[in-house]
Design a protein around this ligand. Structure first.
Ligand code: COA
Length: 332
């Protein structure tokens, strides 16, 4: 096997300006700041406002910032993968819309759909393309406009989700950094607990489905919570065992930001103290595919070359997994 690996060499994000606070949600549904904070850890989320703006708008902003930051010309990009659960359209792909907006013309693009695990699935996929040696520069985007599929009369879901986007640049390296290992799983039987009831080919949109509010996220919160706790721990344990990593070897856990209690439980099972866990759910809520890049961006200035990171996620499907990354650059 070659020692060519895919390294994250730059990253950028985009968060909409509008801040939806717990206080504002108190005016919309029967909830309160204390309940939301205690049960989820969320204080506020960002919401994309503006007529005709979809997920690709935020994804393109993140990609444009990434190209500028990494001093990369759009025509150098070989492939752009977008992980999203809220595509602009059923087709074409949101990846293609983002690439078009960012002037990426010498590449191919497609979406990955794995709900909240989409970003790590896409990262794992992209790393395989780099490891073949055939592709040199790949962008992986995680972006979601969750506000477009949230029922703001449903207190159990509207408090959780927010909008955002993040993008990473992957390039080949042989210096023993980059994506070292990945462990992924799915269980299609989990679909009943977390899905969008109508709008797809099984139940195309009708007046009735809209009136029944079936185009919004349907979630059995407690069931999803239980599976998320198990799935995140399982994935992280596999990655630690496969790579002989002890808690003291891990510099950072980068968990999908679904619920602070799920994150705390995962860290506890791994034996990690709070200071090794990236956390920004309080600012953004659950932005689905954007949570992990948003975390990496918020902590980027603290990451050093050679740091051991474990990225972990759980989402609808069910889907779950973890990726072991050896960080490839020092703060600039
Ligand atoms: N404010 C106040 N009360 C609320 C509320 C809110 N926003 N949302 C729900 N409740 C109520 C429920 O109606 C229920 O009341 P009842 O006992 O009178 O029926 C009570 O709180 C407990 O509900 P439950 O769903 O058991 O709460 P929970 O502790 O499981 O927390 C979630 C709810 C949604 C926060 C939690 O289940 C969760 O985070 N699940 C995972 C979500 C997730 O990660 N989704 C994305 C997948 S990656």
């Amino acid at each position: 096997m070659s020692n060519l690996r895919a390294a994250i060499t730059s990253l950028a994000t985009y968060s909409p300006d509008y801040v939806l606070t717990n206080a504002e949600l108190e005016k919309m549904v029967d909830t309160n700041d204390q309940w939301i904070l205690e049960r989820t850890g969320i204080q506020e989320r960002r919401i994309l406002k503006g007529e005709g703006l979809g997920t690709s708008y935020m994804g393109a902003k993140a990609v444009q910032a990434l190209l500028e930051k990494s001093n990369t010309r759009p025509e150098e990009i070989d492939l752009l993968i977008c992980a999203t659960a809220t595509p602009d359209f059923v087709f074409p792909s949101t990846a293609s819309l983002i690439a078009n907006e960012a002037g990426i013309k010498n590449a191919f693009h497609y979406d990955v759909m794995a709900a909240c695990s989409g970003f790590i699935y896409a990262l794992h996929t992209a790393s395989q393309f780099i490891e073949t040696g055939k592709y040199k520069k790949i962008i992986v985007v995680g972006a979601d406009k969750m506000s477009s599929i949230i029922d703001y009369t449903d207190r159990a879901t509207c408090i959780i989700f927010g909008d955002g986007a993040g993008a990473v640049l992957l390039e080949p390296t042989t210096d023993n950094t980059g994506i070292m290992d990945a462990w992924m799983r799915s269980d299609g039987a989990g679909w009943v607990h977390l899905h969008q009831k109508a709008g797809g080919s099984r139940r195309p949109p009708t007046l009735e489905t809209v009136q029944n509010r079936e185009h919004y996220v349907y979630q059995e919160g407690a069931v999803v919570f239980k599976h998320a706790v198990q799935g995140m721990a399982e994935a992280c344990t596999h990655i630690m065992n496969n790579n002989n990593l002890k808690a003291e070897d891990i510099n950072w856990l980068v968990p999908h930001q679904a619920n602070k209690r799920i994150i705390d439980s995962t860290a506890h099972k791994m034996g990690l103290p709070d200071e090794k866990v990236m956390l920004n759910i309080q600012k953004y809520g659950n932005t689905t595919n954007a949570t992990i890049p948003l975390c990496l961006k918020d902590y980027e200035s603290q990451l050093k070359k050679g740091d051991n990171l474990i990225l972990a996620a759980f989402g609808g499907g069910f889907t779950w997994g973890a990726i072991y990354v050896k960080w490839a650059y020092n703060p600039q």
